[in-house]
Design a protein around this ligand. Structure first.
Ligand SMILES: [Mg+2]
Length: 389
């Protein structure tokens, strides 16, 4: 077949008989175990992304990682991977929390409310939340520094907290709840560093009246109420950004992730309430909320990338989700039901991440390939585009 276009030499070239068509497909790449491992570059990743970039094939990076603002992360990633990555094609675990600043018809915006943010180094996640537009952000360390008795074993972390805490916007005065510090929502943005303090303060809030620190709801344990009275007294909503129980680090065995903290808090909750239901919202892969959000970001990015030419062009027909984790990347892509009818195809890499060739994946992908470069080659072939070295 005669090539209809040829691109500059250097790096892989790309020729296609359908080059005049707009790609009706796009990619979503997980980062850890697909593009990077312990912040080192995985072989073939820069080539794969460069090829897509050069050919205007849209892609986003979709990760359960976080802890830094998107602007800082895309700057690092662009440098490492050698292609421009911007906030327009990057979604990390806590990015969808942005939507809660202004809220929606269904959910009241939290912009002017007081929110508790936990997780991450120092108060980096507070700063991320502020950049999203939340105006009143408290971290557990703020409360500890003013009220050290709230968790008696924390002197050991005083130096750590000194560097990143701020005065509280209101005093804690349970005898006068109307003027006391009241938390309207709790966000676990990233893996907590101090599980003990964070567990205690989150539990306090879940047991409080109206989210006022230091109060205890009289409804707790009342058998005449739904859920035996637990979480029935206007306590703050609880959000987690990432359900991963384990993640791959430079240690040879997987380490506990934010999902480990969630399971630990659940255990404390169960023991405290005699197994009442714990209401909370969990986002991140594999949950549909994150895939729906990512698809919106991808469609917007695609429209910008393809510009005027997209007018009258078909909708995004297919997304290839390339990941290393069957329980998040693959499960999420398999189970997600796009409101736009976009098909998500799951592609599992077997040599660079959590999943290793030979294991039986708990959630089966549409295809297993060696690495990200092989994934892109496979997908392009599926779509009838040719790769020429
Ligand atoms: Mg991964």
């Amino acid at each position: 077949m005669a090539p209809s276009a040829e691109y500059r030499s250097g790096g892989p070239r790309y020729l296609s008989s359908r080059i005049d068509d707009l790609p009706g497909f796009a990619f979503a790449f997980d980062i850890d175990g697909v593009l990077l491992r312990s912040s080192g570059i995985i072989a073939g990743a820069p080539e794969a992304l460069a090829l897509l970039h050069r050919n205007n094939i849209p892609f986003i990076l979709l990760t359960n990682g976080g802890g830094k603002h998107e602007s800082a992360r895309v700057h690092e990633l662009s440098k490492k991977l050698g292609v421009p990555i911007t906030e327009e094609n990057f979604v990390q675990s806590h990015t969808p929390f942005k939507e809660l600043v202004e809220g929606s018809e269904a959910i009241e915006g939290l912009k002017d409310k007081t929110v508790l943010v936990t997780g991450g180094d120092g108060d980096k996640c507070r700063k991320v939340a502020e950049m999203y537009g939340f105006k009143n952000v408290v971290i557990p360390g703020d409360i500890l520094m003013e009220y050290p008795t709230i968790w008696p074993f924390n002197q050991i972390f005083s130096d750590y907290y000194h560097k990143s805490t701020r005065p509280l916007p209101r005093q804690v005065d349970p005898t006068n709840p109307s003027t006391s510090l009241k938390i309207d929502a709790i966000f676990v943005f990233n893996d907590p560093r101090d599980w003990a303090l964070d567990s205690q303060i989150i539990l306090d809030l879940l047991l409080s009246k109206d989210g006022v620190i230091g109060t205890y709801s009289e409804k707790n344990g009342d058998p005449t109420l739904p859920n035996n009275g637990w979480q029935q007294d206007n306590q703050p909503a609880l959000f987690f950004s990432n359900p991963d129980l384990f993640w791959a680090t430079s240690y040879h065995l997987p380490r506990l992730g934010q999902g480990g903290f969630q399971a630990s808090l659940q255990g404390v909750w169960d023991a405290t309430t005699n197994n009442a239901t714990l209401s909370r919202t969990v986002i991140g892969k594999p949950f549909a909320h994150t895939y729906r959000y990512a698809e919106r970001v991808l469609n917007k990015h695609r429209a910008q990338l393809l510009g005027e030419s997209i007018r009258g062009a078909s909708e995004l027909r297919r997304v290839f989700m390339v990941g290393d984790n069957p329980e998040s990347d693959i499960r999420g892509a398999n189970e997600y039901d796009s409101p736009n009818g976009t098909e998500w195809t799951s592609v599992l890499v077997s040599k660079t991440g959590v999943y290793r060739a030979g294991m039986e994946p708990k959630y089966k992908p549409q295809v297993i390939v060696d690495d990200v470069l092989a994934a892109v080659k496979w997908a392009l072939k599926e779509e009838g585009w040719d790769w020429v070295e």
